[in-house]
Ligand binder design. Structure first.
Ligand code: HPA
Ligand code: ZN
Length: 348
């Protein structure tokens, strides 16, 4: 009887519940738009100090506006929100607020996308944007020990020529930027539209990644692979409509940065129970979990993990695979990856 009691105690101790495991395990975020972390409270504060009008009377009213039926619905509100960001301090405050969430959720490494054109189009300089973000990166490293890198994303609803201009503006800050990405309205703006600017970006030393197959077809994922030579796909859900493509992604270990709550809010899936994340893992796809635009989609990293784990009944082993993938398919050096992977392996 006594032995039995001891045995059950040990068993409980060894099998931390899945929710605790999710919250405490060190993890990396690979798909995050810094403009998508703009919480309504901070938006109001910055709008007031910059004396910029916003079309809302209260935080509640802002939150009520966050009902989206598709990607474009969301993007219209996302660009409107970003329009109150004018000064270096605004970008610093925005980025620091995101790092605080990371620290609270044990996100130890993050790969942050920023959209220079969203700001340069309004007359805010590239320098203002990157200096604010960069200072926050340095402070977050010092204050929280969080490592980060930057992905400069081209807006695909604008022209390739415009993206070339952005590439040019980035060159004095090349040492601060790891990768280039492609985001905004996917349908009607295929990767092929940006083949030349991606080629030029790679020549400058940037690693190419791109959003593909969120609302667009599997064909856009083929283009991202074959024409943009991407190292990783943002979203990628629609690869599942094409068996040959899935095999290629599995064989070449091209990771997908999956965003469950984003997919739910933008109606890529009708219900989290219909989300293909478990299927992706079962097919051997290298999936990761990410928050995309957490201020707009109802949750940061842990909320994404917790809600998808509950909806799909994910096991602790499956969560561990997702977390290991987040480091394995990050853009860190092999040594840095190894350091984090050992931490996850030893975490109990
Ligand atoms: N898709 C495309 N563009 C974006 C997104 C997204 O999920 N978030 C911010 N810009
Ligand atoms: Zn995204």
């Amino acid at each position: 009887m006594k032995f039995l009691h001891l045995f059950s105690f040990l068993k409980i101790k060894n099998s931390m519940n899945v929710a605790d495991y999710i919250k405490k395990v060190p993890k990396a975020e690979l798909h995050l738009h810094i403009e998508g972390t703009f919480e309504p409270e901070l938006m109001f504060e910055i709008a007031q100090r910059n004396k910029v009008e916003i079309p809302y009377q209260s935080v509640e009213e802002v939150k009520k506006a966050y009902q989206f039926s598709c990607l474009q619905d969301f993007l219209d509100i996302y660009y409107a929100g970003a329009s109150v960001l004018l000064y270096e301090k605004d970008f610093y405050d925005l980025t620091m607020a995101y790092f605080k969430h990371c620290a609270e959720e044990n996100v130890v490494h993050t790969e942050i996308m920023f959209d220079p054109q969203t700001h340069t189009k309004r007359g805010v300089s590239f320098e203002t944007v990157i200096n604010g973000i960069q200072k926050a990166r340095e402070d977050a490293k010092e204050k929280y020990g969080i490592s980060s890198l930057l992905i400069m994303s081209y807006l695909r609803h604008l022209s390739e020529e415009d993206a070339f201009e952005t590439l040019e503006q980035s060159l004095p800050y090349k040492h601060l930027i790891k990768a280039v990405g492609l985001d905004s309205s996917e349908k009607g703006n295929p990767p092929s539209k940006f083949q030349k600017v991606f080629e030029a970006s790679v020549k400058e030393g940037y690693v190419p990644v791109a959003h593909a197959g969120e609302e667009g077809p599997a064909e856009y994922i083929w283009e991202a692979l074959d024409l943009l030579k991407i190292a990783r796909i943002d979203h990628g859900n629609n690869c599942l409509t094409d068996e040959v493509l899935v095999k290629r992604l599995v064989d070449e270990k091209i990771a997908l940065t999956v965003c469950p709550l984003s997919n739910l809010e933008l109606q890529v899936v009708k219900n989290l129970k219909d989300h293909p994340l478990k299927k992706m893992l079962n097919l051997g796809l290298k999936a990761t979990v990410n928050s995309d635009d957490p201020a707009y989609f109802g949750g940061y990293m842990n909320a994404n993990f917790l809600q998808i784990a509950e909806a799909l009944d994910l096991t602790q082993e499956e969560i561990k695979t997702l977390v290991k993938n987040s480091f394995e398919y990050s853009l860190l050096s092999d040594d840095e990856k190894q350091k984090y992977l050992i931490q996850v392996e030893n975490f109990e």
